[in-house]
Design a protein around this ligand. Structure first.
Ligand code: 1CP
Length: 358
């Protein structure tokens, strides 16, 4: 017997809490953005920063993929780097990625940073969130997000985007006190930013430890874990689920679980069935298809996804379907449509309780 159909919001929240669902919810990291023609069109009129800071523009971009593809959840259009800009690091988004006017290199740079007020300096995110909440209605889920302390530190130390974050990695050895001092400044701001988004209507939040795989696990434990734990603990008091993303998920899994997220967002290197077997039954897994898969023909996308769902015995429990990282620029929109349809049309098993791993 099939479980009664749920609305997207209930389905998403049940999935985060590993409670019964009719099918897993589906959304994609970076579901709004450069691969969409509608986004490109808006970008001719607005800079990326304007799209983030003008609430009506952020509303429009946030809704574009929902209208086009019908995901179960929307994610507010913004960027993890906005809190750094609010701290006084002027930010530009160039063809080569984000660039700050200056980088944090020593303690005198640290003293140049402002102590922002999330409500005031990032208030445009909350305003956009309220607009999206209204437009989405009661039946779709809305996600807020932030970068993890270590991720924001890495961008601040590097002065922008980087392949290997060599300067950030070096600083962890050469000046750990400075790193901790910056993390101490970032943590309350990230916490307030997430709490503000929840107050403005987010049903859940995702924290991105995007480049965690570049750092030794020991450094994740020293320079991310305690700060992340404080953030997750503060969010937990609101009762809203936290989804924790880290690239390099499999090697970080034990440490990630120590932060007690409701869901772990996994990259694509290890299969969903392995994650399900490795995670406690109360923790959901989100993911984890290779973004490059979306460059194959639609029938291959469907085939790959069906194979992965079969490997889970069609059991939808504790599962949020997503990519293992963001949608890549140049991805055919038709394949994003197929990705969402493949989840909706798969013959999922009736809701039951997830098997305990032994
Ligand atoms: O139009 C443009 O050229 C801007 C491209 C763009 C977009 C669409 C950037 C610059 N950021 C975003 C939006 C964005 N960024 C969202 C929006 C909501 C959605 O997912 O639909 C989110 C959640 C992010 C998060 C983000 N920004 C992360 C974490 C996720 C990840 O990819 O690991 C990171 C690392 C960033 C930094 C950033 N901002 C922009 C780019 C291209 C990058 C990453 C790459 C780099 O370091 O060069």
């Amino acid at each position: 017997m099939n479980a009664p159909a749920l609305d997207s919001r209930r389905r998403f929240l049940n999935a985060c809490r590993a409670q019964p669902v009719d099918r897993p919810p589906v959304w994609l990291m970076r579901q709004a953005g450069r691969y969409m023609a509608a986004y490109q069109k808006l970008r001719q009129r607005y800079s990326f920063m304007d799209l983030c800071k003008i609430p009506e523009a952020a509303l429009e971009v946030t809704m574009q993929p929902i209208h086009a593809f019908g995901m179960d959840a929307a994610i507010i259009f913004s960027d993890i780097l906005m809190p750094l800009e609010a701290m006084g690091l002027p930010l530009q988004f160039t063809e080569a990625g984000p660039r700050f006017e200056w980088a944090v290199k020593d303690s005198s740079d640290l003293s140049r940073l402002r102590v922002p007020d999330a409500g005031k300096d990032l208030g445009y995110v909350a305003q956009a969130m309220r607009l999206v909440r209204k437009e989405l209605g009661e039946e779709k889920a809305l996600l807020g997000f932030a970068g993890s302390p270590m991720t924001l530190f890495a961008y601040a130390a590097e002065g922008g985007s980087s392949h290997h974050f060599n300067r950030a990695r070096a600083m962890m050895y050469s000046n750990p006190d400075l790193v901790h001092a910056l993390l101490d400044r970032l943590t309350p701001l990230i916490t307030d930013h997430l709490l503000m988004q929840i107050e403005a209507g987010a049903d859940a939040v995702q924290i991105f430890s995007s480049h965690a795989d570049l750092f030794p696990v020991e450094h994740y434990r020293r320079f991310n874990l305690p700060y992340l734990n404080a953030i997750v603990e503060a969010v937990a008091k609101t009762g809203k689920p936290v989804i924790l993303f880290a690239r390099g998920t499999w090697s970080l899994l034990e440490s990630m679980l120590e932060s007690r997220p409701q869901a772990v967002s996994a990259d694509w290197r290890v299969g969903l069935a392995e994650y399900r077997a490795a995670l406690p039954a109360s923790v959901a897994v989100q993911g984890n298809f290779d973004p490059a898969m979306l460059f194959a023909a639609p029938f291959r996308v469907r085939e790959e996804m069906t194979r992965a769902f079969n490997s889970l015995d069609g059991d939808p429990h504790g599962l949020i379907i997503n990519l293992g990282h963001g949608v890549l620029p140049g991805t055919p929109e038709e394949n994003v449509a197929e990705f969402v349809r493949a989840v909706k049309e798969y013959p999922w098993k009736a809701a039951g309780s997830r098997h305990e791993t032994v």
